[in-house]
Design a protein around this ligand. Structure first.
Ligand SMILES: NC(=O)c1ccc[n+]([C@@H]2O[C@H](COP(=O)([O-])OP(=O)(O)OC[C@H]3O[C@@H](n4cnc5c(N)ncnc54)[C@H](O)[C@@H]3O)[C@@H](O)[C@H]2O)c1
Ligand SMILES: O=C(O)[C@H](O)COP(=O)(O)O
Length: 592
């Protein structure tokens, strides 16, 4: 059975990725490898793709992301995401995933390989021999054993380099304000407290930080001057952490004994640029960003991100999203039916209370209350996101933005929507349901008040009521159990006509004949009476209090909601006929 019901989602791969991962995608997705695309070509073709898989060469800029109308995921087959505009992706709800550990070993081994090459002048010796020369005395090197290696950034790569260097008999000092002293001690690394201390002691200095504001140009002229004469320096992290102009000058002056560089500020380096001069320097050992280029690392990162792309396109969560919270798979499974329920509640709220005739968008502060088993789930980000999506989708089509856990908080903030989540695990609070989710809109003028709104007209004009919707899940099926003061039991599915009326004989027939006249077929009908228990409610205390609370006074208790499942959209003229001719108090159509 195909994984995707419609045409398989399209995946663009503009760089060389190991086929091992791509094979995982090919059985269910339409994978297109298009190497050598110019930025303009990428911008032109990106709108049709749902996933983009890149390494470090493709610049995934804000314009690319904005043009990518169908894009759900950018997968970086590697660690560094500095070629992806993660902030813009977050705004647009596009998940960015990477492979945080697939190439650590490769990068660390490459660092050691460059250090040894530099120490033993291997590239020069090799080139000389290939030229037919036999120059033994020209290429005398130094040993690393007994020397001090200074590491800036004791993260995954830095720590692996430290362990390998210890194996070579080096003494390792490191600077990393965020590193765990216990982890450093376990690798026999001495954590130093200042850059000056590290620079002054190192025979070899290697940097393993990301390129961020605090590390850009971290090693410049002043820092290089603090290093021992003849010391050697390495960069297998990111171009720009070491200032290229200063590095070239320190090599040219003879202050540094050598430099080994795998990464550059511009890749490939611009001809005649400082980076190009650095590459040409006789005491520089250079590679074209090969740190992660091993068969093993490329298999690892490719499989890692391709698995995540599949998960995301199936609607599940990835394991290492750069811009989304981590939610354990088993917790996510438990949440899935409630995600659907909460999105339906949000959409029902907007259509029934806010955009229905007589409704208003004045309320933007909500309590989202979890009771019973669902309250035991700690990470409710998907529920929060589902509510924002449900509230906004009927009114905005959200301008091509896919609201999800990546951007829900941002979108809510931008729209001035405030949602306070409350958890209550006490089973006595949620009647016969094992789980209950309730949305309560707070009155606009008294956002903090717990009293019911006295004059709110909402989707049911003339009737005093609060804007409250509760629901539960029966197996995987969402069920609405409360709409305002009415005790309901209906599936939030398809087009529903919600009519408030006095519960009197003949009303159903009148409504049925008006709908029949308009060619609208009724698929099912259910009546929701005013619940004696649901008199008030505005927050968790009120909801607890109403469980055995007073019955509503007559004649309101004779009111009921009639919920009709219909086979097509119902126009405003039909709903107003139902009020005028059919004698219902209010009528509104919602599509869920
Ligand atoms: N050349 C390559 O092909 C290649 C391959 C893999 C990784 N990388 C690069 O290597 C770098 C490190 O990767 P990683 O997986 O070890 O990352 P990591 O996040 O595990 O480690 C980075 C470390 O840098 C530290 N750090 C941050 N700011 C610092 C500062 N101002 N001073 C000192 N330490 C600081 C952090 O605390 C962290 O421990 C990244 O830039 C990554 O892109 C390059
Ligand atoms: O950040 C990384 O993972 C490395 O720099 C590797 O980059 P690459 O995938 O372009 O080789």
């Amino acid at each position: 059975m195909p994984l995707f019901k419609e045409a398989p989602p399209k995946v663009l791969v503009p760089e060389k990725l190991s086929p091992d991962g791509l094979a995982l995608l090919r059985s269910s997705l339409d994978v297109e490898e298009r190497k050598g695309l110019s930025p303009e070509e990428l911008l032109e073709i990106i709108p049709t793709y749902e996933a983009l898989l890149v390494r470090s060469e493709t610049k995934v800029t804000a314009p690319v992301l904005r043009a990518a109308r169908n894009l759900k995921v950018v997968a970086r087959a590697g660690v560094g995401v500095d070629n992806v505009d993660v902030e813009e992706a977050t705004k647009l709800g596009i998940v960015v995933v990477n492979s945080p550990s697939g190439n650590i070993g490769a990068a660390a081994e490459h660092t050691i390989a460059l250090m040894m090459s530099m120490a033993r002048k291997i590239p020069e010796g090799c080139a000389s021999l290939k030229e037919g020369k036999w120059e033994r005395s020209k290429f005398v090197g130094v040993e690393v054993k007994g020397k001090i290696l200074g590491i800036i950034g004791l993260g995954k790569v830095g720590l692996t380099v430290a362990r390998l260097a210890k194996g070579l008999g080096m003494t390792v000092n490191a600077l990393d304000p965020y590193a765990s002293p216990a982890v450093a001690a376990s690798a026999s690394v001495t954590l130093v407290s200042s850059l000056a201390e590290l620079l002054a002691s190192a025979d070899f200095l290697t940097i393993h930080t990301p390129l961020i504001a605090s590390t850009r140009g971290m090693i410049a002229e002043a820092e290089l001057a603090q290093m021992k004469p003849g010391a050697r320096i390495l960069n297998v992290a990111r171009g720009g952490t070491i200032d290229e102009v200063a590095l070239l000058a320190a090599l040219e002056s003879g202050h540094l004994g050598g430099a080994a560089v795998d990464v550059f500020t511009s890749e490939p380096p611009v001809p005649e640029s400082t980076a190009a001069k650095l590459i040409a320097h006789p005491r520089a050992v250079v590679t074209p960003h090969l740190g992660a280029s091993t068969v093993e690392a490329q298999e690892n990162v490719s499989v890692d991100v391709c698995e995540q792309v599949l998960e995301i396109l199936k609607g599940l969560l990835p394991r290492s999203a750069v811009n989304a919270p981590i939610i354990l798979p088993e917790e996510y499974q438990k949440l899935q039916p409630f995600v659907r329920l909460v999105e339906k509640i949000g959409s029902l709220y907007t259509q029934h209370y806010a955009t229905a005739p007589g409704g208003s968008m004045t309320r933007n502060t909500f309590d989202l209350i979890y009771q019973g088993e669902v309250a035991s789930i700690n990470n409710t980000k998907p529920l929060f996101a589902a509510l924002v999506k449900g509230l906004l989708s009927p009114i905005s089509s959200t301008e091509g933005i896919n609201i999800n856990i990546v951007n829900a908080e941002l979108v809510a903030r931008e729209r001035g929507i405030f949602i306070s989540e409350q958890h209550s695990r006490d089973p006595s609070e949620h009647s016969s349901y094992s789980s209950l989710v309730t949305l309560v809109a707070r009155p606009p003028s008294r956002a903090s008040s717990r009293a019911p709104a006295a004059t709110d007209t909402g989707g049911a004009p003339q009737v005093q009521h609060q804007r409250i919707i509760s629901g539960t899940c029966s197996g995987d099926q969402p069920l609405i159990t409360r709409l305002g003061r009415f005790e309901a039991s209906f599936e939030p599915q398809g087009t529903l006509l919600i009519c408030e009326n006095y519960d009197s004989p003949g009303k159903i027939g009148v409504v049925g004949s008006i709908l029949g006249r308009e060619g609208v077929n009724i698929n099912f009908m259910t009546v929701a009476p005013v619940s004696p228990k649901l008199a008030v409610g505005g927050n968790i205390e009120d909801i607890k209090a109403t469980k055995d609370g007073p019955a509503s006074a007559d004649p309101a208790s004779k009111e009921a909601l009639m919920i009709l499942g219909v086979d097509r959209g119902v126009s405003h003229s039909v709903t107003s006929d139902l009020v005028k001719e059919g004698g219902v108090l209010s009528a509104c159509a919602v599509t869920l």
